[in-house]
Design a protein around this ligand. Structure first.
Ligand code: 4AD
Ligand code: MG
Length: 461
């Protein structure tokens, strides 16, 4: 047997030959004297058309094979008279491997994405999710290729951790204690010193702090792994379990950081265009009209770079009525981010130098002492896709910051060592992997780009 992808890609080599193919019946129709099966083995995007005539053994039974039966087809590869595909298989023998039960939940008609979420174990068999998850896989590879070509070292940051990298307290706790009957300390609070690790632990919200440790050893590193946030926000772009890519670079300032982020995003878009042209055509036709042109422009243009203060000014002078009122010091809301990228610039925009109160403790304080060297990359249709910063490398300033944020110096002492011994200017960022997949595929809901999504109130499969 040969994979259908191989036949589709190199069909000229196979024309006139007898082939054996294996796959599933995607669609089936027949008339008195012949029938058609669209056969897919998942290896090639569209699958291949199989034609059989009434002289084939079991003609009547074949026509009744239920959708998603697995079958084996022997036949000759010929040029197709139809315009859809250049080739088809003229079957000589068709045998079932397993006849599906006839109530297959995904019949031919189009299902809503909402319905398909309840069938997350079957939806990867549909055209849309074939395209989404193949592109997701390609983007992951493109990310690795981008950083590996630049000799960045790939670091596996821990999943279970005792530190809150973002200081935002949105963590899932990890414990082996019996919570119905937990050990209590003198103060009658749960005594986590008796827990598995001898302390209170969480699932990581970011690998950044450990990434910084490796950047001060290897200069350039990146992490790429799962991260977890117990944010109670039920939106189209938040998941409780998502993947993040976090490069960290020693001897790099905020501008270097933005340059790498911009190059990376362009690199992965180009990579997907090159390696998944059919999938991109599919998204462009059925998911998001104009997607290809828009992404092509992104690859060929320079991203905008403005300060937070400028962004506030633009929003205030826009005359637009925002639900959440705009004033210097607010955390930008999705409506603000989208206005700037979709109405003002119509392309990706870096916003830098945010007020220090609304950003994490580790970001480097600017000369004005009011803002920090933060950068967010906002894109049309989504809003924030990347968050990053130059890190505070000055010991004394960092100690003050920990105090201001009410964080316990003791538990960050290893992090302070990086400032004690050979401290350097360094920077990094986090790309939300799913948001990148949404951006490149045009899919609108994060639940539809994660194989088995975990969101508030939902951990099925
Ligand atoms: O802006 P965030 O919180 O930044 C950090 O975690 C830094 N430690 C990154 C760094 O500098 N190394 O998150 C980074 C990105 C966001 O821009 C967003 O794309 C994504 O992670 N993200 C989420 N994606 C899906 N669901 C969620 N709940 C997300 N929270 C953040
Ligand atoms: Mg952020």
């Amino acid at each position: 047997p040969v994979e259908i992808r191989e036949v589709l890609e190199n069909y000229k080599d196979y024309l006139g030959q007898d082939l054996v193919l294996e796959g599933w019946v995607k669609t089936s129709r027949d008339s008195k004297n012949f029938g058609f099966i669209q056969l897919s083995d998942g290896s090639g995007f569209a699958g291949i058309q199989v034609v059989y005539e009434s002289d084939i053994e079991n003609f009547k039974e074949i026509a009744k094979y239920p959708i998603y039966s697995s079958i084996r087809v022997e036949g000759e590869l010929v040029e197709s008279p139809g315009a859809k595909q250049p080739i088809e298989i003229h079957a000589k023998k068709i045998t079932p491997e397993h006849l599906a039960e006839s109530d297959y939940p995904l019949q031919k008609k189009r299902h809503t994405f909402e319905y398909l979420r309840t069938k997350a174990h079957l939806r990867p068999r549909t055209n849309t999710f074939q395209a989404v998850f193949r592109v997701r896989s390609l983007i992951a590879f493109a990310v690795h290729e981008f950083f590996q070509k630049r000799r960045f070292v790939y670091v596996h940051a821990p999943i279970i951790t005792a530190s809150d990298a973002e200081g935002a307290g949105e963590m899932f706790q990890v414990t082996t204690l019996d919570l119905n009957n937990p050990p209590k300390g003198d103060d009658n609070k749960v005594d986590f010193s008796q827990d598995f690790f001898g302390k209170h632990t969480n699932l990581t919200v970011s690998g950044q702090l450990q990434g910084e440790a490796f950047a001060t050893a290897f200069r350039n590193i990146y992490t790429f792994g799962p991260t977890f946030r117990a944010e109670n926000s039920n939106t189209q772009r938040h998941a409780a379990e998502f993947w993040m890519i976090e490069p960290e670079m020693a001897f790099a300032d905020l501008e270097d950081n933005m340059n790498v982020a911009e190059d990376m995003l362009k690199y992965i878009i180009r990579y997907v265009f090159e390696h998944a042209p059919q999938e991109m055509e599919f998204f462009n036709s059925f998911i998001d009209k104009g997607l290809i042109d828009r992404l092509q422009n992104v690859v060929n243009s320079e991203f905008v770079r403005i300060t937070y203060t400028e962004a506030i000014d633009i929003l205030q002078k826009s005359g637009h009525e925002f639900k959440y009122p705009v004033s210097w010091g607010i955390d930008l809301q999705t409506e603000h981010e989208r206005y700037i990228t979709e109405e003002v610039y119509k392309k990706p925009v870096f916003i830098v130098d945010y007020p220090k109160e609304i950003k994490a403790f580790y970001m480097r304080e600017n000369e004005d002492k009011k803002t920090v060297a933060a950068m967010d990359l906002l894109v049309p249709g989504i809003g924030e896709i990347i968050g990053g910063s130059q890190r505070e490398e000055r010991m004394d300033v960092l100690v003050e910051k920990l105090k201001d944020f009410g964080l316990d110096e003791e538990s960050y002492s290893w992090y302070m060592d990086l400032r004690r011994y050979g401290s350097v200017v360094h920077s990094g960022y986090g790309l939300g992997f799913e948001r990148a997949v949404m951006y490149i595929t045009g899919m609108k809901n994060i639940r539809d780009v994660i194989p088995f999504p975990r969101t508030v109130g939902n951990a099925e499969f």
